[in-house]
Design a binder for this molecule. Structure first.
Ligand code: C5P
Length: 237
């Protein structure tokens, strides 16, 4: 049975590999994320095919950032495709422009707070002001909601804090940086298990390498879906 709380990141090189993976995962997975790595490999065509031919939901992870006019034009163009979620950076001017570009379409604009692969040292290197990451994430999430974002992308470690914000009522929290117990972290630094992420208030979890890089992607996806249905295993570590 499919469960759209799981979004599988199709971070494979091209549309053909993405389609093959989606066909392998079959009915169990109903929501896919297509990101920048696939842009030159037919990502938009794949989004279209997965939606029209296979009835899947699509999250286009473009993490757009630019002046407002350019964001609005980019989002207006992308909104011609039948997409469900699109990411932009969480800066209020970007979120406002993206919402303008998506007006009249069902496309939901999700604001990136702080990438889950970054820690405080990375923020220092990027000249991001002092402060604990969870506090900065909660502040960025609140500002993005006020600017009209339909939801935010955050680490599962920050999901509970965001869910508690008054401005988060009715908003989506989508968490990458999710690792089943025992899975390799890769470059993710602020992680939690699928069950923990959902228990802390995430509406959807995004999982990439633990599924597409697994020897048996279907078994890996099924194990995560089982954990979502029966959270005890993922909450007990
Ligand atoms: O392979 P892994 O499960 O780490 O993949 C996570 C996915 O989520 C990647 O496609 C990455 O681009 C995306 N992502 C993220 N952190 C964010 C936003 C998106 O890791 N803040």
């Amino acid at each position: 049975m499919s469960d759209d709380r799981l979004i599988v990141a199709l971070d494979v090189p091209n549309a053909l590999a993405g389609l093959q993976l989606a066909e392998q995962l079959g009915d169990a997975v109903s929501f896919y994320k297509i990101g920048l790595g696939m842009l030159t490999g037919g990502g938009l065509a794949l989004a279209d095919e997965l939606k029209r031919e296979h009835g899947k939901r699509i999250f286009l992870d473009m993490k757009l950032f630019d002046i407002g006019a350019t964001i609005e034009a980019a989002v207006r163009g992308l909104a011609q495709y039948d997409l469900d979620f699109l990411t932009v950076h969480g800066d209020p001017h970007v979120v406002r422009a993206a919402k303008e570009g998506a007006s009249g379409k069902p496309l939901k604009i999700l604001a990136v707070t702080i990438l889950t692969s970054l820690d405080r040292a990375d923020l220092d290197a990027g000249l991001i002001r002092a402060g604990d990451i969870p506090d900065l994430v909660a502040e960025r999430a609140g500002r993005a909601f006020e600017a009209g974002a339909d939801g935010v992308i955050a680490s599962p470690q920050e999901a509970a804090m965001i869910r508690a914000l008054p401005t988060a009522a009715g908003k989506l929290i989508v968490t990458p940086g999710v690792r089943p117990v025992g899975a390799a972290l890769g470059d993710q630094k602020r992680v939690a298990t699928p069950a923990e992420a959902i228990a802390d208030g995430a509406d959807h979890i995004v999982v990439g390498r633990p599924i597409w890089a697994a020897d048996n992607p279907e078994a890996a996806a099924t194990a995560i879906l089982d954990e979502l249905r029966n959270p005890q295993a993922g909450l007990s570590q």
